[in-house]
Design a protein around this ligand. Structure first.
Ligand code: ME8
Length: 509
């Protein structure tokens, strides 16, 4: 059994509407990470799910006149469907209304209480239902939530508190010792100065509504939804069970989150974990936000794009590719249909698809549909082939969650392959069949490497490429490839295009 393990999580989504490209984005990033790690020999756990408690969902269900559980059952299923829609390889799907999660949240609360970090007081302040967050008067911007701009309402109630203020120094010391704990660096600095400015104790229970995990030994209170939600990362690996094998194996996690929820993950969660004597996460990575055609996605504008609309029309790998290539992970970005189509046509259909199709068609027609002989390598061949194995670079990029750089690295190889092909002009070598066969074989080796290295990013297309080129699976291990991967004389099937162009007609539509 391998002793290399990895545990990656997405935020758990509020099932208050349909998933959109923002939800697909986080999940695809986590999927690429976990596919890469799995192929690279890590025993990997990838967890996603839905965050089903809180006033927002209770009110949304009331508005539909539905029992809250029924409402969240229906909507949670829509997020579960992201798995087939985006071809996610998540190992589990956690729901905060599941018994296993309620057990975890309860045990976690008890642990904080036992360790002396919970007390009861009265809460008075502004609450944003949309953000499920409390604000003080001076935090409000024009009387609204400083995070989302949504309305806030005044709340006064008895509440349990978590002694967050006791963790200011400990957190700062931890950030100092672990400068890569929060990424990107700009976000690290934001969190650092927030904590440096002082932390107030955190109200962690509610008594004015009932849709939540009950506070142990106090029926009047339910847990604040964020406390409940954050513990999902422990529920997914059975932390609350007597048998802690999964927890021992996979914890600590890497959390991928949107920039809007970084405070909860990089401040509250580590403080609570310290309070509960649990090791802190390995890393917290905050990504940026997508707009659509320059505008913020919103229910009122009705401009949120369901990932299914795009995958049905353009393909799942095409969307996965665009989301990861278009913006540096960490930055904000805009989903623009023209740019999406143009990347599909120029980078997938032209740069990669054409190269692949041309090489395979020439092999099919000129080499009797068999992987040709590799003759002695010229210095030019060696120079070219020395660039095709980018695994070491990819490993670093994936460890830093720089998915855009990972794709740039691969596309650099594709660029080199196209240059090699243009220089060698195998189509002009009909009179020198041995030389032609050799050049095609050099190119085919490069394509084989590409099909392996692309698999975490575009799993379905990579598999099609592997089948098309008759990849010999016993010639490499996971992502680890050395020397020749193809076997001379292996028959290849009749080549069929893998990355179709989007025609102008469709473009106009
Ligand atoms: O915050 N672009 O859930 P959520 C990119 N339940 N990412 C976006 C986005 C956009 N336009 N819109 C939303 C919650 N997201 C909590 C999480 S975790 C213990 C609890 C991202 O459904 C957002 O940044 O409101 C967040 O990371 C995720 O979608 C879930 O948001």
């Amino acid at each position: 059994m391998t002793n290399k393990t990895a545990y990656i999580t997405t935020p758990i989504y509020y099932p208050s509407g349909d998933p959109h490209i923002g939800s697909a984005y986080t999940s695809v990033a986590a999927d690429i990470y976990s596919r890469f790690k799995r192929l690279d020999g890590y025993d990997t756990k990838f967890l996603t799910g839905t965050d089903e408690h809180g006033l927002k969902l209770q009110r949304a269900a009331e508005a539909k006149n539905m029992p809250t559980q029924e409402f969240v059952d229906e909507l949670s299923a829509k997020f579960r469907e992201l798995t087939p829609i985006m071809n996610l390889s998540n190992d589990d799907f956690i729901r905060t209304t599941q018994t296993r999660h309620i057990k975890t949240a309860t045990k976690f609360w008890n642990k904080l209480q036992e360790n002396g970090y919970i007390y009861k007081d009265t809460y008075a302040g502004w609450y944003s239902v949309s953000d499920e967050t409390y604000y003080t008067e001076d935090e409000l911007v024009d009387g609204k939530s400083p995070d989302s701009g949504h309305d806030v309402e005044w709340l006064e109630e008895e509440s349990y508190y978590f002694k967050l203020s006791e963790f200011q120094e400990k957190l700062l010391a931890y950030y100092d010792e672990n400068p890569d704990f929060i990424q990107p660096k700009s976000r690290f600095n934001e969190v650092y100065s927030f904590v440096k400015n002082g932390l107030r104790d955190l109200s962690i229970s509610r008594s004015t509504f009932s849709w939540g995990v009950p506070v142990p030994n106090d029926d009047k209170h339910i847990m604040y939804v964020w406390i409940d939600a954050l513990t999902n990362y422990l529920s997914g690996i059975n932390w609350a069970d007597d048998d802690k094998t999964e927890f021992d194996k996979y914890w600590p996690a890497i959390h991928i989150v949107g920039k809007d929820i970084l405070k909860f993950h990089a401040i509250y969660w580590p403080a609570m974990l310290m309070a509960a004597d649990i090791e802190l996460p390995k890393k917290i990575i905050a990504h940026g936000w997508w707009t659509v055609e320059g505008e913020k996605m919103s229910k009122s504008k009705g401009n949120a794009i369901h990932p299914k609309t795009l995958t049905n029309e353009y393909g799942c790998d095409q969307l996965r590719y665009f989301l990861m290539r278009e913006i540096s992970f960490g930055n904000d970005g805009d989903f623009n249909k023209d740019r999406f189509i143009s990347r599909i046509n120029s980078e997938l259909a032209n740069d990669l698809g054409n190269l692949f199709q041309r090489v395979l068609t020439m092999i099919y027609k000129n080499c009797d549909a068999k992987i040709p002989h590799l003759a002695e390598l010229s210095s030019q061949d060696k120079e070219f082939l020395s660039q095709v194995n980018v695994l070491e670079k990819l490993r670093k990029e994936i460890d830093n969650l720089e998915f855009h750089n990972g794709l740039n690295t691969i596309w650099h190889v594709i660029g080199e392959a196209n240059r090699y092909m243009d220089t060698m002009q195998p189509w002009k070598l009909k009179n020198e069949p041995e030389k032609m066969a050799h050049v095609l074989r050099v190119l085919a080796e490069c394509l084989a490497y590409l099909s392996i290295q692309l698999e975490p990013f575009m799993p379905e297309s990579a598999k099609k490429m592997q089948t098309a080129i008759s990849l010999q699976f016993n010639n490499f291990n996971g992502l680890e490839v050395k020397g020749e991967v193809l076997v001379e004389g292996t028959t290849i099937p009749k080549p069929q295009g893998i990355f179709p162009r989007i025609e102008k007609k469709e473009e106009a539509a």
